[in-house]
Design a protein. Structure first.
Length: 622
């Protein structure tokens, strides 16, 4: 501690630690040793590296009076620490005696070594004037902690070296969870990426996890990044209630869907002039505010990924209600007539029993010219013509189905004509019929609406369709009936996919309440529930879009030397937008003066960047 100062002539002496500071004394400056060069009004000292400083007396602490001619003389000393600790246990000493017990003498070098041992704080604590041995249990505890910390630091250094080499061990996976959280947008920071001087973004984290082998090269992070559940819910589901149902099992009913479809929730029949659209009676098992209802509402919709489907409802619901999965299926059926002008009339909605035959679109296509399917196709054509006369949007841009089976990526075009177009229009009929039925009875449901674009067109060619589509605003769910411009309908609701979309289930719950004579939900309740489900649906659609893009890009990367054809749909000063029909892939290429809208050009792959969901395509010379 600083002592008394006195001036005699030109010299300044400081009484400190039982001695005084003179030239060549060893002193402590901050946390490092220093040699006193001269003593005056201020004290000149020499620190590590040979630099001289002028300091105040209170800025230093005397450790040894010297002489110390060079700081390099303060070499490490080997001492008898355990012996010294045992001799001093239960007593108090000072720096001089501690140095003598440890090293057999008191020199600048042993004074500094004793001070370092004291400052280390493991065996001794206190001040140079009052040093006390620490309790044995405290020493052992701290020693174990230091060893563990040293091992952890060594392991961390080895871990970082492995990462720099682009590899990991099995035990490293837990350490990389923080990087994975960033890659999945569950956090905004990663100490590991920062230490490696990598940008702390989800894309950078994705690229890094693939590089070190934590994720496989084809890992799809987008559903988890959107915060979506990746497994079906496992919740109790009641048995089907025993209630009166209209028996329509005598009518041929066709559940037409994509080959391999696992959740058939609609089928069609025709009885004379009456069309029936049968829909899985999900509300019979999932009433409002049940556990299954709350879970489906939070999810919003089924998640359709190339890797498979994640259902919004427990699998048992589909097993019991999927049309055609059992010999006889319960349904909520929408009956109506479609006149020569395409208008719907004589609307009726009933709980029913049906026998559904499952067909793929390809199988149905071969039967469109005969029997019930021919009459259904004719009605669908009349309805389509009516919608077209009302200005429905005719946009036929390429669409594909992307599936991953046994690590193989299967991309197949979707033809919107023939049997698929027929089913689309029959489902739209059911949606319009449900909307009209509910409007006439003042039953609150979520109506799907869409405003008209700034200019109404009938575009021809892919470029015109692409530009027209960009004018459209997304459809919205509202509780007051309003027009859906894109469909050419003055009112419409989605009611044919209650296994897949919560908004459809909400319509069914309201209809069932009305048909049973139970109190339906209010308009405010419908609006709130539809809004909650829509938020989940937005995340689902984003994950589906990103996942499809991920697998399309991975397909391109796997197809070494891929070459294909694209159609120019938009021209810019530096970039042109193209669509690759066989992949339904939208991309941008470098603009060339000779490019024109709707021109078909040959492309090859220059680069695929999966973490950025981007690819660079090269225009091939003709």
């Amino acid at each position: 501690m600083p002592g008394r100062c006195s001036t005699q002539g030109d010299s300044l002496t400081i009484h400190q630690a039982g001695g005084r500071v003179v030239a060549d004394s060893l002193v402590l400056y901050k946390v490092r040793p220093a040699r006193v060069v001269s003593v005056g009004e201020k004290i000149e000292i020499q620190v590590d590296g040979g630099q001289n400083k002028r300091v105040r007396p209170k800025d230093i602490r005397l450790l040894h009076p010297g002489p110390l001619t060079r700081l390099t003389d303060l070499t490490p000393c080997e001492g008898q620490i355990d012996e010294a600790w045992e001799l001093l246990d239960g007593t108090e000493t000072d720096l001089k005696e501690l140095a003598e017990l440890l090293y057999g003498e008191f020199t600048p070098a042993t004074a500094w070594a004793a001070w370092e041992l004291l400052a280390d704080g493991l065996y001794f604590d206190g001040t140079p004037e009052a040093i006390r041995p620490r309790p044995r249990d405290a020493i052992e505890r701290d020693h174990a902690e230091r060893e563990a910390k040293a091992r952890a630091e060594q392991e961390q250094q080895a871990f970082m070296q492995r990462l720099q080499q682009g590899r990991i061990d099995a035990g490293d996976r837990d350490r990389l969870l923080e990087v994975e959280r960033l890659a999945l947008q569950q956090s905004e920071r990663s100490r590991i990426l920062k230490a490696l001087d990598l940008t702390e973004t989800p894309q950078s984290a994705h690229r890094f996890l693939v590089r070190v082998g934590y994720w496989s090269a084809d890992h799809n992070p987008y559903p988890a990044r959107s915060g979506l559940a990746l497994t079906d819910p496992e919740l109790p589901v009641p048995a089907l209630p025993d209630e009166a149902r209209l028996d329509l099992t005598h009518l041929p009913a066709f559940a037409i869907d994509d080959e391999g479809n696992q959740d058939p929730d609609d089928a069609v029949s025709i009885d004379g002039e009456r069309i029936w659209v049968h829909v899985a009676d999900v509300a019979a098992l999932v009433p409002p505010d049940s556990e299954a209802d709350l879970e489906a509402r939070a999810r919003g919709a089924n998640l359709y990924l190339p890797e498979g489907i994640v259902n919004m409802l427990p699998a048992v619901v589909t097993e019991q209600l999927g049309l055609g999965l059992q010999p006889v299926s319960p349904a909520l059926s929408f009956g109506f007539r479609c006149g020569e002008d395409g208008e719907l009339a004589d609307i009726d909605i009933r709980p029913t029993l049906i026998r559904a035959e499952r067909l793929s679109y390809a199988e149905a296509e071969t039967r469109l010219q005969e029997g019930p399917l021919a009459r259904l196709a004719a009605a669908a054509a009349r309805y389509r013509a009516r919608r077209a006369a009302n200005g429905s949007a005719s946009i036929d841009l390429p669409e594909v189905s992307v599936r991953v089976r046994d690590a193989e990526i299967l991309i197949r075009p979707i033809d919107r004509h023939g049997s698929r177009a027929m089913i689309t229009d029959l489902m739209l009929m059911a949606g319009e019929a449900a909307a009209r039925f509910c409007t006439e009875r003042a039953l609150a449901i979520p109506y799907a609406t869409q405003p008209a674009p700034e200019s109404i067109q009938q575009p021809q060619g892919m470029a015109a369709m692409y530009a027209y589509r960009r004018q459209f605003k997304p459809s919205r769910l509202v509780v007051e009936p309003a027009a859906h411009f894109g469909l050419g309908l003055d009112r419409y609701t989605r009611a044919t996919s209650p296994l897949r979309r919560y908004a459809d289930l909400l319509v069914h719950q309201q209809l069932r309440a009305l048909l049973r004579g139970d109190p339906p939900l209010s308009a405010e309740q419908i609006s709130a529930r539809a809004g909650e489900a829509e938020q989940g649906g937005i995340a689902v659609r984003r994950a589906e879009r990103q996942s499809n893009q991920h697998w399309k890009l991975l397909y391109l990367r796997r197809q070494k030397g891929w070459r294909g054809e694209a159609v120019v749909v938009e021209l810019g000063e530096r970039k042109a937008t193209v669509i690759v029909p066989e992949l339904a892939l939208e991309a941008r290429v470098r603009a060339r003066p000779e490019l024109a809208l709707d021109q078909r050009i040959a492309l090859s792959v220059a680069e695929v960047d999966l973490p950025d969901l981007d690819c660079r395509l090269r225009v091939e010379d003709a």
